[in-house]
Ligand binder design. Structure first.
Ligand code: DMJ
Length: 442
C-alpha cells in the first residue's frame, strides 16, 4: 500500500504537496500556502526508511536536497509546517544520520520564528515565509490562536535547540507553557481559543479532538521525551486529564465510553475521529500517573479503543466517520451528512498500535487488519488512495485527495502494529503528533 501511494504520487504529483489520485495531478490546501513544498515527500520519508524502501527514500532525499526551498512568498500554517515538515525532517535526520535533513529543518524553523512576534509571545496561526508577517484564521473565535496549534510545537522546538545549541527555540515554547500555567482555567479545562494580543481566552470551548487534541498529547510527550524529568509537563498533563475525565468523559446507555466536547457550560455528546487518538495517549501516560492509577488509564485507553472500533464497525464500509454521536438512541454513529466522510485519518489505528504495544491483546491486530482491508478495498484507486465521502453508503464517492498524513501516519502505524516491539521501542522514541519518531533525550 505504501508503494502504491508513493509510486503514484511520484508519477503524478511529484513536488506538489499532495496527490489527487483520480485526476492524477498535484493537490494542495491553504495550510501549505501557495508553493510546491513537496509535503508528501517530507511527511513520508521516515515511513519509507522504516519499511526498508531505501531507493524511494533516496529519491525523496535528492528532491529535498535540490528543490526544497523555504524562501518563498507563501503563507503557511505554523502548526502544520512544524508537525509535518520540521517533525518529518528531524525524524529522517535521526533515523538516517543525513545532515541535509537537519540543515533544512533549522532553515525552516528560522522562517517560523517571526510568528512569535506578538504582544504575548503566543504565535500566530499563519506566517508568510518570506515577509515574516503573521495572522490568525478568520474563523477562530475573536482573533484567537488555537490551543492545538500553539500548544503543539514543544517536541520539535526542544530538539532544534538540542541539535543547534541555540536556546531560542526552547525559550519560545517554554514561554508559551509558562503563560498557560499562570492562567485561570474554567473548571480546570483549557479552552481551545486564546487571543495572542490580549492573552485572554476566547470562546469557552474545550475539546480533546480538533482544536485541542495534540496540546494534551505534547504535555505528556514533553515529559517522556525528557526521560521523565520534566515534571512540570507531567503535572500539567495529569491536571488536564483529571478535569477532562470529570467533565468530558461519559458512558453511553449502551455502555460505550466516549469523550464529548464542552461548549459554554454544556456537554455535547459527540466524539470526533480525531479524538480517538486519546485511547493511545491514556495508555501511553498510564505509567507514571498520579496516585498509581496506571491500571485505570490503561483501561480507559482500552474503552476508547473499543468505542472507536464500534464507530468503524457500525458503518457499511467498516471505516470510521469524521464524527459520531451518543444522543437520542444513537451510539457511535454519524448523524449529519457532512460528518460521514473518512479522509484516510490515522487516529483509530494509532490507538490500536499503542494498545497492542501495552497489552499484546490480539484483538488490536485483528481490528487493525479489518481497517487495512477496508482501506485497501474502498480507498484504493488506480492512481493512489482517496478519502471517501460517506462510510454508510455502499457506493461511496471519492474526495480525490491522498492526504500526506496517510503516508506519514496511517500506513506507519499499521506497519508498526504488525512488527515486533523492538522496531522503534517506546523507551527510546517518542512519536510527534504526525507519527514522526524523535529520540528520548537521556
Ligand atoms: C495529522 O496531521 C495529525 O495527526 C494532527 O495531530 C491531527 N490531524 C492529522 C491527521 O488526522
Amino acid at each position: 500500500m505504501m508503494k502504491h501511494a508513493w509510486d503514484n504520487y511520484r508519477q503524478y504529483g511529484w513536488g506538489h504537496n499532495e496527490l489527487k489520485p483520480i485526476a492524477r495531478k498535484g493537490h494542495s490546501t491553504n495550510i501549505f500556502g501557495n508553493s510546491q513544498l513537496g509535503a508528501t515527500i517530507v511527511d513520508a520519508l521516515d515511513t519509507l526508511y522504516i519499511m526498508g524502501l531505501h531507493n524511494e527514500f533516496r529519491e525523496g532525499q535528492e528532491w529535498i536536497d535540490k528543490n526544497l526551498d523555504f524562501s518563498v512568498n507563501s503563507e503557511v500554517s505554523v502548526f502544520e509546517v512544524n508537525i509535518r515538515f520540521i517533525g518529518g525532517l528531524l525524524a529522517a535526520y535521526y533515523l538516517s544520520g543525513q545532515e541535509v535533513f537537519k540543515i533544512k529543518a533549522v532553515q525552516l524553523a528560522g522562517k517560523l520564528l517571526p510568528a512569535f512576534n506578538t504582544p504575548t509571545g503566543i504565535p500566530w496561526a499563519m506566517v508568510n515565509l518570506k515577509s515574516g508577517v503573521g495572522r490568525n484564521w478568520g474563523w477562530a473565535s475573536a482573533g484567537s490562536s488555537i490551543l492545538a496549534e500553539f500548544g503543539t510545537l514543544h517536541m520539535e522546538f526542544v530538539h532544534l535547540s538540542y541539535l543547534t545549541g541555540d536556546p531560542v527555540y526552547y525559550n519560545k515554547v517554554m514561554h508559551i507553557r509558562k503563560l498557560l500555567q499562570k492562567m485561570d482555567r474554567p473548571n480546570g479545562l483549557y479552552p481551545n481559543y486564546l487571543n495572542p494580543r490580549t492573552g485572554r481566552w476566547g470562546q469557552h470551548h474545550t475539546s480533546v479532538g480538533g482544536l485541542g487534541d495534540s496540546f494534551y498529547e505534547y504535555l505528556l510527550k514533553a515529559w517522556l521525551m525528557s526521560d521523565k524529568t520534566d515534571m512540570e509537563a507531567r503535572k500539567m498533563y495529569d491536571d488536564a486529564i483529571e478535569a477532562i475525565e470529570k467533565h468530558l468523559i461519559r458512558k453511553s446507555n449502551g455502555g460505550l465510553t466516549f469523550i464529548g466536547e464542552w461548549k459554554n457550560g454544556h456537554l455535547e455528546r459527540k466524539m470526533g475521529h480525531l479524538t480517538c487518538f486519546a485511547g493511545g495517549m491514556f495508555a501511553l501516560g498510564a505509567d507514571g500517573s498520579r496516585d498509581d492509577k496506571a491500571g485505570h488509564y490503561l483501561q480507559l485507553g482500552a474503552e476508547i479503543a473499543h468505542t472507536c472500533h464500534e464507530s468503524y464497525d457500525r458503518t457499511t464500509l467498516k471505516l470510521g466517520p469524521e464524527a459520531f454521536k451518543f444522543d437520542g438512541g444513537v451510539e457511535a454513529v454519524a448523524v449529519r451528512q457532512n460528518e460521514k466522510y473518512y479522509i484516510l485519518r490515522p487516529e483509530v489505528i494509532e490507538t490500536y498500535w499503542y494498545m497492542w504495544r501495552f497489552t499484546h491483546d490480539p484483538k488490536y491486530r485483528q481490528w487493525g487488519w479489518e481497517a487495512t482491508q477496508a482501506i485497501d478495498k474502498y480507498c484504493r484507486v488506480s492512481g493512489g488512495f482517496s478519502g471517501v465521502k460517506d462510510v454508510y453508503s455502499s457506493s461511496p464517492t471519492y474526495d480525490d485527495v491522498q492526504q500526506s498524513f496517510f503516508l506519514a501516519e496511517t500506513l506507519k502505524y499499521l506497519y508498526l502494529l504488525f512488527s515486533n516491539d523492538d522496531l522503534l521501542p517506546l523507551d527510546n522514541w517518542v512519536f510527534n503528533t504526525e507519527a514522526h519518531p524523535l529520540p528520548v533525550l537521556h
